[in-house]
Design a protein. Structure first.
Length: 238
């Protein structure tokens, strides 16, 4: 079964890689400008291990309670990203396994993460600050999370002033039922404005299985792909 699954994942990965490469060619961009994060939520740690054997280096998860055990089970060498909505009371737990949090959407969450990182560093469990991306809201729907575009500058300044967090850029999800190209164009403009004051915040995490091409056209440096890599959602690992 493992051999069959690895072959299936290898075929899917090759198709996703070709889509990314084709989108980069069409946009006149080098392929190495776009990072692939495999979104493995609800899939077992064994799939993560197989993807790692196939050369995947970055893995994203949406839920802390699922990601922590997976990260502990899979051999070191992967870079783990928290991409889902995050409650402040989970900050300490997430800091224990995540190399990057892409879903920071409020000052209170940023402060909670900074406090958790400080605690981990003070106890010797962590040496480096935590990389973070601000999740930008492209539809002003509070139910989907994200910082309103008008509030991005203040949140970016707050993160940048923390010695425990490193502001890396922006993340967003295209609004439901809307033209993703238009949404990603808005995100690109927001990223340009952000970099005027924070030049190191150059990452733009946008694009998933169904819209990665449009995201790459508008400057995405990181696509988050789940279904196209792993298939329909499976059962969560125990």
């Amino acid at each position: 079964m493992s051999t069959d699954r690895k072959a299936e994942l290898a075929e899917n990965l090759a198709e996703v890689e070709e889509r990314i490469a084709a989108a980069c060619r069409a946009a006149g961009r080098p392929r190495d400008e776009v990072k692939l994060i495999a979104i493995t939520k609800t899939f077992p740690a064994s799939d993560v291990a197989l993807l790692a054997e196939l050369g995947v280096t970055d893995v994203g998860e949406n839920r802390d309670q699922e990601a922590g055990p997976k990260a502990a089970e899979v051999a070191a060498g992967l870079r783990w990203h928290m991409v889902g909505r995050l409650q402040r009371n989970k900050a300490r737990s997430v800091v224990g396994w995540a190399h990057e949090v892409q879903s920071v959407d409020s000052g209170r969450l940023a402060d909670a993460l900074a406090k958790a990182v400080h605690t981990e560093r003070y106890s010797g469990k962590r040496e480096e600050p935590l990389d973070v991306l601000i999740q930008a809201s492209l539809d002003d729907d509070p139910g989907r999370g994200g910082c309103p575009l008008t509030e991005l500058p203040a949140l970016a300044d707050r993160i940048a002033q923390s010695g425990e967090l490193r502001l890396r850029g922006l993340m967003a999800v295209a609004p439901l039922g809307a033209d993703p190209a238009a949404a990603f164009e808005r995100l690109a403009r927001a990223g340009e404005a952000l970099r005027k004051d924070h030049p190191n915040a150059a990452d733009v995490s946008a694009g998933m299985s169904h819209d990665l091409e449009q995201a790459i056209t508008h400057g995405s440096t990181c696509v988050r792909v789940g279904t196209a890599l792993l298939g329909g959602r499976g059962l969560a690992s125990p």
